[in-house]
Design a protein. Structure first.
Length: 113
């Protein structure tokens, strides 16, 4: 059974930083492409960043230069380092295993102006 457990969300002022973590179990993590999505109220869920098993990364244009996705295969964990946060980054952030179509429970990120 695949499980994804996110942590690290919270309330931060604009310009601040947060690091999200997603611990995975039940998958061959080192070969799995992992992603972070987010969903703001009234909006569709959107891709924020993804990272392949080889460490290749892609980012949404809105977060390029501010967010960094990384992974630690020894800990079966993927991270999202978020810097220079803006109020428009406020959303529930979800971890996702692409090939297994499995979502985490989500973690709230709120950026105040």
């Amino acid at each position: 059974q695949v499980q994804l457990v996110e942590s690290g969300g919270g309330l931060v002022q604009a310009g601040g930083s947060l690091r999200l973590s997603c611990a995975a179990s039940g998958i061959i993590f080192r070969s799995s492409t992992m992603a972070w999505y987010r969903q703001a109220p009234g909006n569709q869920r959107e891709l924020v960043a993804r990272i392949s098993g080889l460490g290749l990364t892609n980012y949404a244009n809105s977060v390029k230069g501010r967010f960094t996705i990384s992974r630690d295969n020894a800990k079966n964990t993927v991270y999202l380092q978020m810097n220079s946060l803006k109020p428009e980054d406020t959303a529930v952030y979800y971890c996702y295993v692409i090939m297994r179509n499995v979502w985490g429970q989500g973690t709230q990120v709120t950026v105040s102006s």
